[in-house]
Design a protein around this ligand. Sequence first.
Ligand code: MG
Length: 391
Amino acid sequence: MVSKGNVDFRKTSIQHWHRHMSTSTWPGLQTIVQREELLLAPYAMHSKDSTGRQHPEPDHLYRGPFQRDRDRILHSAAYRRLADKTQVFTGQGDYHRTRLTHTLEVASIARTIGRALRLNEDLIEAMAMVHDIGHPPFGHAGEEALHECLLEDGGFSHNQYALCLVQELEIRYEHFPGLNLTREVLEGQSSRIDKTTASPTLLEAQVVDAADSITYDSHDVDDAVQLNLLTMDELLESPMVREAARRVKERSALPHDQQLRKAIVHELIDWQVSNMLEWCSHNLKQDCPPNSEAARKLPFQIGPDDELTKLKTGLEQFLHQRVYRHERLIKVRRLAQDQLREMFDQFQKHPELLPVKFQNRIQQCGLRHSIGNYLAGMTDRYFQQQYQQLT
Ligand code: MG
């Protein structure tokens, strides 16, 4: 995987890193290697051990490879489009989470966990920022509709599409397509495509998955009540939320539902993060993996303990039945899915309506995938504009 032709990219890249990163470029400036040796645990992914990028590039004077990846993602058009993409709740007002705010919450929680476990925060942040970049408009409803349209051609997966965006569709450099991210960030993303067949991942990737789960469980509880899809009494039917409320009330009396809702959300996050840190730091101390490769093979994954995992599963089932299948959401989703299918058909009949960039991709990946690539990149708002114009 790391060699292409006669060039061993892993070796070249690591030698290059050692040459550059072990010497301070400016007097008094700490190198990435020095900084990470001080701060990171041996089982963290250290920048000096990165296997590099597909297209070799000179190293930066003072930014590490994963910091650069984070910045490349931050400055990409696909990342900015997350601001107007649905997380769960489509067209329900301005206060609920979008795909962008969800991503920022995941990055924040993942960094908290990563810092406490002395993992590589830069790598964690880059992986968190990219983890949902491939979501099409209208969240999972949009993904289902596109998957159906592309079923005969292998279907659609937002995780796969995220790789397509950062490796092909984002054009930022003269000599190659994509963002040329490090292999560690790409591997973290590709491991999400099919978790049953993926190789064991770095601890940093596991932290991002765990933080994603903490984030959506907590903010969907918050948004569901804020949007009146559930009352507080209904929400308290979930044993995990009930336990969070009990912990909150034990500390202080909160008379209003709104205050209680916010306190429960804080508690849900704090409880899960604390539990995860306690359980994982204990396990890491016992197993003590000497490096990041050994850490992949640990007999446990970064996540909460068994008791909390059961409660989380219960909460997710509750959200699935009572929130994600709520009549108000289903109505909006059905409409969005019908419109996506209609647009897909329209472009199949009239490929000349596709932007030139996607007409040019037809030869490379076929008409249907090219349509899927175009539609998946759209924000909810841009899709609606296009739908009005083209149908
Ligand atoms: Mg996510």
